[in-house]
Design a protein around this ligand. Structure first.
Ligand code: EPZ
Length: 424
């Protein structure tokens, strides 16, 4: 196990570059099994979850490697031509629930799939009923037995599907299954996240015929076969948001590169409410200047383009040192206040009740030893350590490695006092 040791009290300043979006690359990697031709994903981040998905593809028979060309961003190259297996490795499914994204593509390519039931995680039970109902509507025969889900369909047939909730994963899984189905599929109440638009563009680059991603109605015309593609993945909007909050919580000033401003508009608007100045500098650069102490603001998480649930823990950390009281409402996940308990160990004043948290800003947090339970609560604890008095030890940083590439190196480069140590 590894930990971060952070010495708080240093304002961040300088330039930091966002990596490619984890939540765009993971469904894209799953989507490569839809074709027998080579796919190149430029700007993919080197993250634990990307490694796990790559290992799953290799066990299915695909060849996956990193290509580094001088002067270009590293690219992930996938050759799925020798795909022979439809059974997703159980141990890796347990490690990363995004492997469920493989159901649609494997059904489309192989006509069948076996995947272990992805368990819940720290932020909630993470059901997959919307995924399974959508795939069944396309004609898949689904059985759940011995902890596995078996699905098979000689040929999927397009249909109309209405999602009870705009689930990101269900939208992506159904979209990918529909690409090789017979006829047209329409997904209504679809999720509108930018990662879904990026997935549409990736699949259309392979020859798919998808329209409407980014709206709540997505139309997919089935096709017989797909080719290869080369695709530049969008920037990670949650990493961008996390660094914006890092500047805000330390009263610093940062320029963030590799940003699509529209993707972080709700986060920028909220940070402006706290008193931060946030502006575009052109060429995908954002500049944030923070006041010494942020004003308290209320936050309610919603599906895109609302305030993202993946930024809620980071904003909670900021509100811990804000001037005033903030009410945070988490409408997307059932149990996403895990960071509150650890922040209270750092002298934060937080009361939680179900999906609502009331945060009363304190003059200063104090360094402490805290434990990470999931990716974004880990990021929140790091941010709290940057501003806390004294030393903070953040244990369990392997959770953070799942979603942040070179996190401590990027923070150190703009003035943070942070280092990684082995608990051994
Ligand atoms: C994606 O998860 C992201 N992960 C999550 O990011 C993100 O928090 C989430 O979307 C919401 O934006 C990836 O893209 C890999 P959902 P996903 O299906 O697809 C309920 C991070 O930190 N639901 O939109 O699992 C579910 O319980 C991660 O990067 C059902 O009820 O999210 C939840 O309450 C965390 N039945 C809500 O919908 C289903 O079949 C949103 O889930 C599916 C979901």
């Amino acid at each position: 196990m590894e930990s971060y040791i952070i010495t708080g009290g240093y304002r961040l300043s300088g330039v930091v570059r966002a990596s490619g979006a984890k939540n765009a690359v993971l469904p894209m990697l799953a989507g490569t099994v839809l074709t027998a031709r080579k796919c190149i994903i430029r700007g993919a981040p080197r993250l634990r979850d990307v490694t796990v998905m790559s290992d799953i593809l290799r066990l299915l028979g695909a060849e996956v490697h990193w290509a580094t060309v001088p002067g270009q961003e590293p690219a992930l190259v996938v050759d799925p031509s020798r795909l022979v297996n439809y059974q997703v490795e159980e141990s890796l499914t347990r490690e990363m629930r995004s492997s469920i994204f493989l159901m649609g593509p494997l059904l489309g390519r192989m006509g069948r799939v076996r995947v272990a039931y992805p368990g819940g995680c720290a932020i909630g039970p993470r059901p997959i009923d919307l995924h399974l109902r959508g795939l069944a509507a396309l004609g898949a025969r689904i059985r759940e037995k011995f902890g596995f889900i078996y699905a098979e369909a000689p040929r999927l047939v397009g249909t109309e599907i209405h999602l009870d909730f705009p689930s990101v994963g269900a939208t992506e899984n159904i979209m990918m299954a529909a690409v090789l189905a017979e006829g047209t599929t329409v997904i209504r109440n679809a999720a509108k996240e930018p990662e879904i638009v990026d997935l549409q563009n990736f699949l259309n680059g392979m020859g798919a015929r998808i329209k409407g991603a980014g709206t709540d109605v997505i139309r997919i015309e089935g096709t017989d076969r797909l080719g290869g593609t080369e695709h530049q993945v969008i920037p990670d909007r949650i990493e961008v948001g996390t660094f914006l909050v890092a500047a805000a919580i330390t009263g610093g000033e940062l320029v963030i590169e590799n940003v699509i401003p529209e993707h972080v508009e709700s986060v920028c608007a909220k940070l402006r409410e706290t008193g931060c100045q946030v502006g575009e500098e052109g060429c995908g650069r954002l500049r944030i200047r923070a006041p010494r102490r942020p004003k308290a603001v209320d936050i309610k998480t919603l599906p895109y383009p609302g305030f993202p649930t993946d930024m809620q823990p980071q904003m909670m950390a900021l509100m811990c040192v804000a001037d005033g009281t903030s009410v945070i409402t988490e409408t997307v996940f059932e149990n996403r206040f895990k960071q509150a308990e650890e922040l209270r160990r750092m002298s934060a004043n937080i009361k939680t009740d179900g999906r609502t948290a009331v945060v009363k800003g304190v003059a200063a947090l104090s360094g402490a030893t805290v434990e990470v339970s999931d990716l974004r609560s880990g990021a929140a604890l790091v941010l709290a350590g940057l501003v806390a008095e004294g030393i903070t030890r953040v244990e369990g940083v392997h959770h953070v490695d799942r979603g942040y590439e070179c996190f401590e190196e990027k923070l150190r480069a703009v003035g943070a006092r942070i280092k990684r140590v082995s608990d051994g």
